[in-house]
Design a protein around this ligand. Sequence first.
Ligand code: AGP
Length: 612
Amino acid sequence: MCGIFGYIGKRDALPFIVEGLKKLEYRGYDSAGVATLKDARLFLQKCQGKIADLERLLLRKPIDGNIGIGHTRWATHGKPSDENSHPHSDCSEKIAVVHNGIIENYLHLRRELAERGHRFSSVTDTEVIAHLIEEELNIKGTDLEHAVSRALKKLHGSFALAILYEGEKDKIVVARRGSPLIVGVAENETFVSSDIPAILKYTSRVIYLKDNEIAIITQDDISLKNLDGDTVKKEISFISWDPESAEKGGYTHFMLKEIHEQPKAIRDTIKDRIKLDSCQVHFDELNLTEEEIRNINRVVFTACGTSWHAGLAGEYIMEKFVNIPTEVEYAAEFRYRNPIIDENTLVIAITQSGETADTLGAVLEAKSQNAKVISICNVVGSSIARDSHGVIYTCAGPEIGVASTKAFTTQLAVIYLLCLHMGQVRGIINRNEAEEMIKELMAIPQKIEDLLQSEDEVAQIAEKYFHANNALFLGRGKGFPIALEGALKLKEISYIHAEGYPAAEMKHGPIALIDKNMPVVVLALLGRRYEKILGNIEEVNARGGNVIAIATKGDNEIKEKAQDVIYIPPTSSDLSTILAVIPLQLFAYYIAVKRGCHVDQPRNLAKSVTVE
Ligand code: AGP
């Protein structure tokens, strides 16, 4: 997510802004910038890269003033670049705007503004806001507060904004809709931030802006209004967090925060891609024509780690809904195997970071063989997005914890939508089926929220098994990729040796491992393989193993078979993978915490493996 920080007070604004942006670095970003007001003049510096790059720029081109705003950008529209960095300005360069969120109608507004003579210096949605405010200010008698209110009424989408204007040198105007913005109230100083961590050092007294509210902040006053100009009551809250925990939104670890962010991450990933009236799916940058989709005769998912598990789950969905032979390849194997692919092969690279060396190598190999290559990625403008013919972004926001959670479930959601789209294009999915699939997918975020209510039960079960040295995860069908993912989560953050296996394969070897010290997690969801899975559970029980079953809510039979049961809400079997992985993420998390492991940065691991 982008980060916003603002300061108004008696002291020089810049040190506060740079310090505040550093406190927001955890949100992930690719560029940064600042703007200040001094002697009724606006000064602005910004660049692609890290805050350290911005500091070097400011050493060469210093700016000062006791009023200022700053921004760290997580690219959503337009690749990371100096021009696309915030703050953005208008034609007169008298206005500076920093923004967190997505303006959904920006292309329409941009076209209208350009027709009225406005010149744009970036491809971002944000820059549109500066020009809209400029237009309103050109209307005689309009002040910044009213210009901002009128401009914001034209925006569809989400925003947290901080705005400076040379013509009103003593104030910052801020506003929000859908993206958080907090005003920190100190003695003779006021701070503005996207998130609490950046202001906790200065004050614990904050005002949370509500949707469609603006705040006009001067040296001596903070006034809150709605977009119609009506005064809104100021409610000052007291923050009890310590600064360290605040960066995690009050969660102990980023991983736990990101597990809980999954409902929002999935909503953000699917909401702009589904046309409910037509039951059609649209991807902005897929770059695959309907004819190309119809000509595809083979699909290859390629990825590493957790992303590879998403591909393995995707294989079932792709073959079911698109009826194309599909395989899943480890990127490092695929790239050196001289794969037999051609222009009718669709290679789908899956990667959270977009920088995994092996996956990048696989993409280059696929392109050298003329395959169509699309990537599913969580980082706008990342290397893989540039190297692929098309890209579908997961909108999970920055994933800080090394163990991937929300990126994985949003990858599954994207694959489901992609298969729905391809199945419709190839005439395999009809309108009624599409409607049902979309309905099921849109119900998933709420089901995850319901599921997260059982977090304490999972934590209690984890308490019973944190001493284990080995663990086995079993699943059948789509449960198998989730068994693999559960095993990877446990091993990478708790260092317990864990293996995922197809449940039927257990009798071909791993069953020799079963004893009372071996917890066995089994994906035992109701469905056509359920009876077979019960048989596997009996085999484990007969050898003194301890079974932890992930089961469908309402299934009482499983209670007689398993030592522990974690229930998930019923959903279509095609989406059960998204729900079934949540308790496994929590199971691994609580065991790792109990074992005193460094959950967010496990030993030997990196968030993005940019080396072969
Ligand atoms: C996931 O929990 C691991 N941290 C790791 O397996 C990861 O999925 C893998 O390195 C691939 O990363 P990517 O998705 O950024 O390409």
